[in-house]
Write a protein that binds this ligand. Structure first.
Ligand SMILES: [Zn+2]
Length: 301
């Protein structure tokens, strides 16, 4: 059995021949970061589209073939992809397990938020942030550890291209550094602003730019709120003068409308993933767009 696995791993490393190398990611954000490092030496595909709610997404049969032929699988990790387990057991490929060079769990290199929040651990199909908040790519500083892990994974599989990957990452980090300065100054007027979020997608973003998240519309991530919880939330928002409600494009529109109307807050739709809007075509422009939307709605208040 161990021999079979060793042979299989050898074969898969050997199969990583002349590029572009097929990489499968679970999200468009990870695809964007793999592309930033891998450049033209990789051909990356994301299983989930940008605006799929991670709670309800399912892998299509055609995507299983893509997964099977991938040289590297890059995932968010924790309980962010409750749908991945079923896909992996269907594909039944010994390369996609922790410790394999063909498998990268990007959550491993991240300082997680809300890891101590007591929550029921994942039931089947749940995405409840049971092991910590999974939306860590929304702190642009986490672009560093994620691309560092991607660089090591790619270079392990294609050692001859390490220099190319390193140069790409260096270039990406230089651009990131530059944009961070612009983002920090654009967000400065919002420092300390108290906001309510629909889903807890934004704690990493909020921590980076000084927003204070006081409550979520979903009391439990991914679970629709009860009417009594909503009524209490709206009262709290009115009482403490919370002016901003951050929602995602796939958030329940009638609930967003109700909370905004009854609390007097402005709802601002932020894009949680690369490609979720034409203006958020890559990792850096995702933040350009979200920060622009936030500053505009703050200025309009
Ligand atoms: Zn979530």
């Amino acid at each position: 059995m161990r021999w079979a696995l060793a042979l299989f791993l050898l074969w898969s490393v050997a199969a990583w021949g002349a590029g572009p190398h097929p990489v499968v990611t679970t999200s468009t954000d990870l695809k964007a970061l793999v592309d930033a490092v891998g450049g033209e030496k990789v051909k990356t595909e994301s299983l989930a589209p940008p605006l799929s709610d991670p709670h309800s997404f399912e892998v299509k049969p055609g995507q299983l073939a893509k997964l099977k032929s991938a040289a590297l699988l890059v995932r968010v990790g924790l309980d962010h992809e409750p749908w991945l387990g079923a896909a992996l057991s269907t594909v039944n490929d010994p390369r996609f397990v922790a410790g394999s060079p063909n498998y990268l769990d990007t959550s491993k290199g991240i300082r997680l938020l809300q890891a101590e929040t007591p929550r029921l651990r994942a039931d089947k199909g749940a995405h409840v942030h049971g092991f910590g908040n999974t939306h860590f790519w929304l702190d642009p500083e986490n672009g560093r550890p994620i691309t560092a892990a991607v660089l090591e994974a790619l270079a392990r599989l294609a050692p001859a291209d390490r220099g190319y990957f390193e140069a790409n990452r260096k270039n990406f980090l230089a651009r990131l550094e530059e944009r961070l300065k612009e983002w920090r100054s654009a967000m400065a007027p919002l420092k300390g602003a108290r906001v309510v979020v629909f889903h807890e997608s934004w704690p990493y973003f909020a921590e980076r730019f000084g927003l204070v998240i006081v409550a979520s519309v979903e009391a439990v991530p991914g679970v629709p709120p009860s009417p009594s919880y909503l009524a209490g939330l709206i009262q709290k928002m009115r009482g403490s003068g919370i002016r901003l409600l951050i929602a995602e494009p796939y958030s329940n529109a009638s609930v967003v409308k109700q909370v905004a109307r009854q609390s007097g807050a402005t709802a601002v739709k932020l894009i949680p993933s690369v490609g979720g809007d034409p203006a958020a075509a890559d990792y850096l422009s995702l933040f350009d767009l979200n920060i622009k939307r936030l500053s505009q709605s703050a200025a309009a208040r």
